[in-house]
Design a protein around this ligand. Structure first.
Ligand code: KIV
Length: 285
């Protein structure tokens, strides 16, 4: 077995305008291992953790300690993946470890630059990720980004529908529908790119606006509900797997109905135990 190299921040950034970047969320060690083995370019330990895994309605209750715990788990899971010793050069190249990006949660940045810088450093140091992500582009967040980047902490920006501000928006609604709003979002992305962000998530906005932003800025745009013309796409793992409770967001696609697979397996197990079909002699000592 041999270990695999990693997608780096400069490699990620250099993919602007090339083959679309693939990003997916993950929240624990098995998910980190499997997402990595699927060959994605980056794994986001997102604060969507709150909804997918912790049972909250929004991302707001998620803490920095929660995200660090889950980021470490993803990193450990990813680290367990190796490539066969005799694998071809192509297989090794195609089997790079994904870049790990850890979300900074609500309240851990944006109040003061110092707090935000400390949170970013903690996420890198304790979460074992290679970059952090922040939502919004206030002056404090712009300056926090500048300081983090200067310290060696790569920052991914996130604009459009920023779920940590869901109550200001009055729900998970498409942003940038008017020219003024679109211009403001584009200005925010330019400011974050100038502050040193290496990429930006564009969430829930008209495809035309996402196309305009993608053409106007030097960093890769990663869309979610922002149409097909971004430099990459990000999706929440639970949406892809069919593990999302309730209605699937319009921007997502269910690739497998894992909820049904899991429920069927567990009820078969329950039936076997009750009928004394499990454990068998093979399962016994
Ligand atoms: O937390 C998350 O999963 C995210 C993605 C939706 C981009 O921020």
């Amino acid at each position: 077995m041999s270990t695999v190299a990693r997608v780096t921040v400069p490699m990620f950034r250099a993919r602007k305008g090339q083959t679309p970047l693939v990003v997916v969320t993950a929240y624990d060690a098995p998910q980190g291992r499997l997402a990595d083995a699927a060959g994605v370019d980056a794994i986001l330990i997102g604060d969507s953790l709150g909804m997918t895994t912790l049972g909250y309605d929004t991302t707001l209750p998620v803490t920095l300690d929660d995200l660090i715990l889950h980021a470490r788990a993803v990193a450990r899971g990813q680290a367990t993946r190796t490539v066969e010793k005799n694998a071809s050069e192509d297989a090794v190249r195609g089997a790079r470890h994904a870049l790990l990006v850890g979300d900074l949660p609500f309240g851990s940045y944006g109040i003061s630059v110092e707090d935000g810088v400390r949170s970013g450093v903690r996420m890198m140091q304790e979460g074992n990720v290679q970059a952090v992500k922040v939502e919004g582009a206030s002056e404090t967040i712009e300056e926090t980004t500048r300081r983090l980047v200067a310290l060696g902490v790569p920052v991914m920006a996130h604009v459009g529908l920023t779920p940590q501000a869901v109550h200001r928006f009055g729900g998970f609604k498409v942003q940038g529908r008017t020219d003024d709003e679109g211009d403001r979002i584009l200005t925010d992305v330019r400011r974050m790119a100038d502050a040193g962000a290496f990429g930006v998530v564009l969430e829930l906005m008209p495809s035309d606006l996402a196309r305009r932003i993608t053409a106007a800025v030097p960093i890769p745009t990663i869309g979610i509900g922002a149409g097909p013309d971004c430099d990459g796409q990000v999706q929440v793992l639970h949406d892809l797997l069919g593990l999302t409770d309730g209605r699937l967001p319009r921007h997502a696609h269910r690739y497998v109905d894992a909820a049904r697979v899991i429920q069927t397996a567990v009820s078969e197990y329950a039936g076997d135990v009750r009928a004394r079909r499990f454990p068998t002699a093979d399962n016994s000592f």
